[in-house]
Design a protein around this ligand. Structure first.
Ligand SMILES: *Cc1c(COP(=O)(O)O)cnc(C)c1O
Length: 426
């Protein structure tokens, strides 16, 4: 192996791709001519995900109602089957994880199960940089319990898109009953120290959960070892489960036996569910947090997709992901110095998830110019460009090409041909 010396050259990018241990996975994904850097919003379709979806569709065709118990992936057990496949990605036991709901409905389910306010401990702690849906869900959960979110929802303030763990810990006061934080901030890409925050919350008798939407499938977790109480995430970003894929949740086994906040017939122990009794015997593990009939066709792509993650290994995925974002940061600093881009994401990569956030006052027009050059970024209002190179299907060449295209767009002022406003979706 002779690595090319000039790290800014295209030859270097190609050499890195040639020796990449994960390079074979790229061919497993459907891609068009563009360079896709938006896998952190919606992952691409893989051939394995397509196959598992077709397999499940086939069982409907062949078995009708009996598909619940027949075929390669009987529908009645699919949420559990997927939970076991997901468990290594979050560092949990197989029965601590279930595939159900969406991120937002899972926040509702878990907060309604874990938020047990008392007269002097009734507040919820979150942060001002998190995704709006998380905040809306917390506000409605507070209102349902009779509290005014203005008073009872405490938000840690971020600074330039970043949160400090010290500031979070300082806000863990005696009146906080529950904490919900993101693992990786959806804009800046900062990763929070979940282990430390869990330890500090527990010292103060506070339950703590994390929203893993931006870390699942790109960053390893050890939820069980860290003692995290609960977590939820979506499966359509890094996990490539498809638009509207069913989400996932984790509940630490020490809570097994606790009654779910929102119950339905799928919260039942599976062996007695069809007794149709009006007395719910809730499942003894994370299955208790299922509510109604699982959305089978929106789960099926995950079967194939998760096989790929478990085969590739999350530690290997993280290693390449960090190399890709480090490389992107280096190239941006080297090639785009004169164009007023600010890298908002942490430069210390141990503090960073799998994407890079750039700030620029013409971000919206620049994103449109990138798209017209066959490069797919993600725009976040008001002035941010999010770039997520994905370990399983992006290459070092993709990153090189993106930065060099960006340089041409800036040099030739191509972005001026586009309005600096967002379209309806991002
Ligand atoms: C993507 C994302 C969501 C989306 O929630 P859905 O219920 O899946 O629509 C919520 N929270 C965060 C932090 C996200 O990144």
């Amino acid at each position: 192996m002779t690595l090319v010396e000039d790290v800014y050259s295209v030859e270097y990018a190609k050499e890195k791709d040639r020796i990449d241990p994960l390079r074979s996975y790229r061919n497993e994904f459907y891609q068009n001519e563009s360079i896709y850097l938006d896998g952190n919003s919606l992952g691409l379709l893989s051939k394995r995900a397509e196959r598992s979806l077709m397999n499940v569709l086939e069982s409907w065709k062949s078995f009708g109602i009996d598909g619940w118990t027949k075929g390669d992936h009987p529908w009645f057990y699919m949420a559990q089957e997927l939970g076991r496949k997901l468990a290594p990605l979050v560092g949990a036991e197989g029965n601590e994880v279930i595939v159900t709901g969406s991120t937002t409905t899972n926040i509702h389910q878990l907060v309604s199960s874990f938020y047990k306010p008392t007269s002097n401990r009734y507040k919820i702690l979150a942060d001002d940089a998190t995704f709006p849906s998380d905040i809306y869900a917390l506000q409605s959960q507070l209102k349902l319990k009779g509290y005014d979110p203005e008073e009872a929802l405490v938000k840690v303030e971020s600074n330039d898109g970043l949160l400090s763990e010290e500031a979070i810990i300082t806000k863990m006061k005696d009146d906080i009953a529950l904490i919900l934080l993101p693992s990786v901030l959806y804009r800046s890409g900062q990763i929070l120290d979940m282990e430390r925050l869990t330890l500090e919350a527990h010292k103060r008798g506070i339950v703590i959960g994390f929203d893993l939407c931006h870390s699942i499938g790109s960053v390893p977790h050890h939820l069980n070892k860290w003692g995290v109480d609960f977590a939820m995430w979506c499966n359509y970003k890094h996990l490539n489960g498809g638009p509207g894929a069913v989400g996932g949740l984790y509940v630490n086994q020490k809570y097994f036996g606790q009654e779910p906040g929102l119950a339905g017939w799928f919260s039942s122990r599976k062996d007695v569910q069809f007794n149709m009794s009006h007395e719910l015997q809730a499942d003894t593990d994370a299955g208790a947090y299922e509510i109604g009939t699982p959305h089978i066709l929106s789960m099926a792509p995950l079967i194939g997709s998760l096989d790929m993650f478990n085969e590739a290994g999350i530690e290997n995925i993280r290693k390449k992901s960090l190399e890709l974002t480090d490389y992107m940061v280096n190239l941006i600093n080297h090639e785009l110095k004169e164009y007023d881009f600010v890298i908002v994401s942490p430069l210390d990569h141990t503090k960073r998830g799998a994407h890079i956030l750039l700030e620029h006052k013409f971000a919206a027009s620049i994103c449109k110019a990138l798209k017209s050059n066959q490069i797919i970024p993600d725009f976040r209002a008001p002035s941010f460009i999010r770039l997520g190179p994905v370990a399983l299907y992006n290459t070092f060449y993709d990153v090189w090409k993106m930065v060099h295209t960006l340089k041409i767009i800036m040099k030739e002022e191509q972005y001026k041909e586009f309005e600096n406003e967002r379209d309806v979706v991002a």
